[in-house]
Design a protein. Structure first.
Lengths: 278, 295, 366
């Protein structure tokens, strides 16, 4: 890292500012964690009680004893996992096609796909909702997964990555008698693994956190994803079992994504920064 | 070049066809259908009736819509400058190869991986005057808690603060990436020229970050114009429509009042705004690179 | 029987022709070098033989079988790529066996061929490594090994030495020479390095401007260049081409006059030369000496002295401005700016007519 100030230490003032900012970042998380560790009754009318013991895992036990949150977690895993696998499959194939094969209208089609990068969710979500209603896909896994497969970013990303792989490798494989499929499957695809990881994590996160579409497509509570389920829970929290339990649900729901974050931090940051490249 | 490697034939099409099908059916067709929909009167039971631009005319006369546009712009104006400055400051402070800096980068980015639902859940019980962290703190200090979620101006700030907390990670990472692109020897040259830190920042760092700066501002503006979950979950658009954003307006028109055509027309206006911003970014960075070439 | 037969090959990229009616015949087990500057079409020709480029017209036969319509993997050729093109995610062993597995060669057969090639190339201890863990020279040998195990009828080498540093290049050159002793197949090597071509090849195919300029054994290419392009491209430093006027006379050999008036008696037969028109006199450094027993034929100024140890190259300029490179002994005392007398060995000179065609002395130096 060669940059301004990287050789000097932080001045006390800078350090103080960083610590203060970090405190602002972390305090709400800790507050949430503390609330989740309190008896619901102890918090009624006095959430400040969260700052002092006693603490209990009672709320988490209630979740583990069987709760809709579990169902939502599984839905989220199926939807995000399905979306990720689908995106990786479609984008790897299309990336290979656009990067390596020549077919009529290739350039035109690629530009046509690139234009899709400019389409925001809002411009399509209502007609999508109408279309999926006609196809009777609402409140189903395909209904939750399919819209995530149409985004062109992954195709753009995989095409760029495959273009950077030397053509000599394809040629070596052809002289080695590899069929077009063998070439794709055994030579190119393994070489795109870093890109697959980046795109996969990016897609998984986006799908896991998506809110608009599952909110309007999954209207039955057994088809909720975690995001939508927790939205419903916080809307009616007054009627349900209380603040501590609600916060325990939030913490519980964040655990998978924080695990993904810790495991794939490098890919996540790279994927995020990748949005800047285009 | 006609390499034998990519013999020109139709079979290559099969590799792109699966995606193209999804793309056309799920994205392009709805896009066009949306444009048509915005020219129709559609109610809950379908059955559109072509009414030309009437939806658009109604929108521009609809105070609720106008208010939501103004709210959205106000939010963008509150969020984007603060977010940009804070992210830049953090990036400058954390742009070093130490372990501590890496840990702090991880902390500031961590909120970005949370879903909007969890973010609003967390912040609802930070901001709420009766049960929130800030309210409790204020009471402990003997002060009157700020009515973050029930006062028209404060509730906008509540959304802004929540959003800044949520989305600080990406612009910070973009600035960090931008800082890495500035060659180190420029700084050495500046140091040899006895440039002060302040001068170095204004004359070396900031010009070097020009493209990143444009990118961050445009990305964030486009994102904040589409602000939805925070408003829907934290304030429900209230009090009295003070925090109803454009997307929330679209959502309510479509799924509370079931005026699909009307809602779609509003969505098309938002789409247009976002395209304009993308084009502005494109034009700005293009001009920027011409400047670079001319030097 | 001819091993490889190229007949009337044409190739164009769009409107730009890159190969124009190229024909060539290669003996079995012959080592042929395609030599030429970049853009001469030599790489395209190699890639056409490999099946990596299509051809617009013409035919390619290998051991009597027409192969130009076959996919690359079915042609019985193996290629060593310029940047090796090893599969980065496969081990050395997997790299070498990939082609055999695609060809459904029995497992034991694959194992024994790979083991044999690894032994010969001394890469046995690297079989389990990935290419990224190998040095440049080791990668080169893996690339060669990958070609050997296929037991092809023809090896195609695309600039095989260009990525190696000077020391490794010499070593690999030796290895390539040994390779061709070991394998029962022809070898074609594309190179722009004449030293490589001269050392390794049985015959050199000089290519330029979409065409084959000359085909022949290295020393013939060097001593009897078919035209002025070959004459200047082969040999280092390049042959001097001095504009020359024929001097009328009736001797058996042509006599020419240089721009500064010097007359040179060549050993090129006067018969066969064009009756009129300007000529060029081709002078290699070793045919021009400083001083000399006869006291020299012309006077020149020394501009640069390049001491090579065993001999010295003297860059001189004649009175009319023509630059001539001469040779002097290793311990030459010449200094820049000195005026010297040059002798020209007429028996080792060449003449080129207005079209660039070469005419050579009767008694060959070799």
């Amino acid at each position: 890292m060669a940059a301004e100030g990287s050789r000097t230490r932080w001045s006390p003032l800078t350090l103080l500012a960083i610590l203060l900012a970090a405190a602002v970042m972390v305090a709400p998380l800790i507050w949430t964690l503390l609330l989740s560790l309190k008896e619901n009754s102890a918090l009624v009318g006095n959430s400040g009680a969260a700052l002092s013991p006693p603490y209990t895992f009672e709320n988490y036990r209630s979740i583990l004893q069987g709760n809709q949150v579990f169902r939502w977690l599984i839905n989220s895993i199926i939807v995000s996992g399905g979306t990720t696998l689908g995106v990786l499959a479609l984008c790897s194939l299309a990336g290979y096609g656009f990067a390596r094969l020549d077919f009529p209208f290739r350039r035109t089609l690629f530009i046509f796909v690139l234009l899709g990068l400019a389409i925001p969710e809002q411009a399509v979500i209502l007609p999508q909702h109408q279309l999926f209603a006609e196809l009777r896909l609402h409140n189903s896994y395909p209904g939750l997964i399919l819209p995530g497969l149409a985004g062109p970013f992954g195709v753009f990303f995989m095409t760029q990555y495959m273009r950077a792989i030397p053509r000599e490798l394809d040629e070596a494989a052809m002289l080695d008698g590899a069929s077009r499929f063998t070439l794709f499957w055994k030579v190119l695809l393994p070489l795109t693994l870093p890109a697959q990881a980046t795109l996969g994590v990016f897609t998984f996160l986006a799908s896991w956190n998506s809110y608009w579409w599952p909110l309007i497509s999954a209207t039955r509570s057994d088809m909720y994803t975690l995001t939508v389920g927790l939205a419903a829970a916080q809307m009616n929290y007054a009627q349900t079992s209380g603040l501590g339990f609600l916060m325990a649900q939030a913490v519980f729901a964040s655990i998978p994504i924080f695990i993904v974050y810790v495991l794939f931090q490098k890919q996540i940051v790279r994927a995020m920064a990748g949005t800047a490249v285009r | 070049m006609s390499r034998a490697a990519d013999r020109r034939d139709w079979s290559g099409l099969f590799f792109v066809l699966p995606f193209l099908t999804a793309y056309v059916v799920i994205l392009i067709y709805p896009l066009l259908r949306g444009m048509a929909l915005s020219l129709q009167q559609v109610d809950l039971f379908g059955g559109g009736r072509f009414i030309g631009l009437e939806n658009y005319a109604r929108l521009f006369a609809d105070d609720v819509f106008i208010r939501s546009v103004l709210n959205t712009f106000a939010l963008a104006l509150m969020i984007v400058p603060l977010l940009t400055v804070i992210a830049l400051a953090l990036a400058l402070a954390l742009n070093r190869a130490t372990r501590g800096a890496a840990v702090f980068r991880g902390i500031f980015f961590s909120s970005s991986v949370l879903s909007v639902t969890i973010v609003t859940l967390i912040w609802r019980f930070v901001l709420a005057p009766d049960a929130g962290l800030l309210g409790e703190t204020a009471q402990a200090l003997g002060a009157e808690p700020i009515p973050f979620l029930s006062h028209p101006t404060w509730s906008l700030w509540a959304l802004a603060i929540t959003t800044i907390w949520w989305s600080i990670g990406l612009p910070m990472m973009l600035f960090l990436a931008g800082l890495q692109q500035i060659p180190g020897d420029i700084y050495e040259a500046a140091a040899l020229d006895r440039a002060s830190r302040w001068t170095t920042f204004w004359r070396v760092t900031l010009p070097g970050l020009r493209r990143t700066l444009v990118l961050v501002i445009m990305l964030q503006t486009a994102a904040q114009l589409q602000i939805f979950g925070q408003a829907q979950l934290l304030t429900g658009g209230g009090p009295g429509g003070a925090t109803r954003t454009m997307v929330l307006f679209i959502f309510e028109s479509a799924f509370a009042r079931w005026e699909l055509g009307y809602a779609t027309a509003a969505a098309e206006i938002l789409f247009l705004l976002i395209v304009l911003i993308t084009l502005t970014q494109y034009a700005t960075t293009m001009r920027g690179s011409e400047d670079d070439g001319g030097r | 029987m001819a091993s490889l037969e190229l007949s009337n090959i044409r190739k164009a990229y769009g409107a730009t022709p890159v190969l124009d009616d190229v024909s060539l015949s290669m003996e079995a087990r012959e080592f042929v070098a395609f030599l030429g500057p970049s853009g001469s079409g030599k790489s395209t020709l190699l890639r056409i033989i490999a099946g990596l480029e299509t051809l617009d017209a013409g035919e390619v036969h290998l051991e009597g079988r027409r192969i130009d319509q076959l996919p690359p993997g079915d042609r019985g050729v193996a290629m060593v790529f310029q940047h090796y093109a090893l599969y980065p995610h496969m081990t050395v062993e997997e790299n070498m066996s990939f082609g055999l597995r695609n060809a459904r060669v029995p497992r034991e057969e694959i194992a024994s061929r790979v083991a044999e090639a690894a032994r010969v190339l001394e890469i046995e201890q690297h079989l389990a490594k990935k290419p990224g863990q190998l040095s440049g020279g080791q990668r080169q040998r893996v690339a060669i090994g990958r070609a050997i195990v296929k037991q092809p009828k023809l090896f195609l080498l695309d600039e095989p030495l260009s990525n190696l540093d000077a020391a490794l290049r010499m070593r690999t050159r030796v290895e390539l020479a040994q390779l061709r002793q070991r394998v029962d197949a022809g070898v074609i090597m594309v190179t722009h390095d004449q030293a490589e071509a001269m050392t390794l090849a049985d015959r050199i195919v000089v290519m330029h401007d979409r065409r084959i300029q000359q085909v022949g054994p290295p020393m013939e290419i060097y001593s009897r260049p078919a035209n002025s392009f070959v004459a200047r491209f082969v040999g280092s430093p390049a042959m001097t081409l001095a504009p020359a006027e024929p001097v009328p006379g009736d001797g058996a050999y042509a006599r020419v006059r240089l721009g500064d008036g010097t007359e040179v008696e060549t050993r090129v037969p006067r018969a066969g030369l064009p009756a009129t028109g300007p000529l060029q006199l081709g002078l290699r450094p070793e045919s021009v000496t400083v001083g000399g027993a006869d006291g020299g034929v012309t006077t020149a100024t020394v501009e640069l002295v390049e001491r090579l140890g065993d001999r010295t190259l003297v860059y001189t300029r004649l009175a009319d401005g023509l630059e001539v490179i001469a040779e002097d002994e290793g311990n030459s005392r010449l200094q820049m700016g000195e005026t010297v007398r040059l002798s020209i060995n007429g028996a080792a000179t060449h003449l080129f007519d207005a079209d660039g065609r070469g005419y050579h002395a009767e008694a060959r130096p070799e």
